[in-house]
Design a protein around this ligand. Structure first.
Ligand SMILES: Cc1cc2nc3c(=O)[nH]c(=O)nc-3n(C[C@H](O)[C@H](O)[C@H](O)COP(=O)(O)O)c2cc1C
Length: 172
């Protein structure tokens, strides 16, 4: 039995479709193994685009924009393990997913421009990616998602341990 705790982010622009369904299946499996998972749909949150103001480079752990991203910053601190589920859009994350990831520039800035870090966990956490893509598998279909999310999770002190890639969803 596992007593791991995960924060799961559903980044599809549609609820209960390919990405959401694949994520729910994965969560069920983890829960059967005894893990605790808190799942959120990005669709339910108001997250504005990063304006590249660099406020976070001068102010430790602070973003000048006041919106629902504050909830995510809190969850990034609270959890060590993460799941990120996204449809593939132009070989990369969904738009909603990318907007949220861009706002984690504050986490990168906290780790890079200050003597302290965003997170204090000594052991690195685990990150799982779930991607769904409409076309049959082709080279580079998932490389954008993986490279972007590796960077994102590295800032959160987590290593990508699994990337579940589901191609050909548009044939359903
Ligand atoms: C804007 C947009 C861009 C997409 N780009 C790709 C792509 O580059 N490669 C691909 O295989 N599928 C692409 N698709 C198909 C989606 O990845 C696929 O339908 C996915 O399973 C949708 O997830 P959902 O059911 O959770 O919405 C794209 C779909 C949309 C709407």
């Amino acid at each position: 039995m596992s007593n791991e705790r995960y924060f799961a982010i559903m980044a599809s622009h549609r609820k209960n479709k390919n990405t959401d369904t694949a994520l729910m299946k994965y969560i069920e499996k983890l829960e059967k193994e005894g893990a605790y998972v808190e799942k959120v749909n990005l669709l339910d949150y108001d997250i504005k685009i990063c304006t590249s103001c660099y406020y976070c480079s001068r102010n430790f752990k602070k973003c000048v924009i006041k919106d629902d991203m504050n909830f995510f910053y809190e969850k990034f601190e609270e959890y060590d393990n993460f799941i990120f589920a996204t449809p593939v859009f132009f070989n990369n994350l969904s738009t909603l997913g990318k907007i949220m990831v861009d706002r984690s520039q504050m986490v990168y800035a906290a780790n890079t421009f200050f003597s302290k870090n965003f997170k204090n966990n000594k052991e690195r956490g685990k990150a799982v990616i779930i991607s769904t893509a409409g076309a049959p598998f082709y080279e580079d279909q998932f490389t954008g998602v993986e490279s972007t999310l590796k960077l994102f999770f590295n800032n959160l002190n987590a290593d990508v341990v699994n990337h579940i890639r589901i191609s050909n969803t548009d044939s359903n």
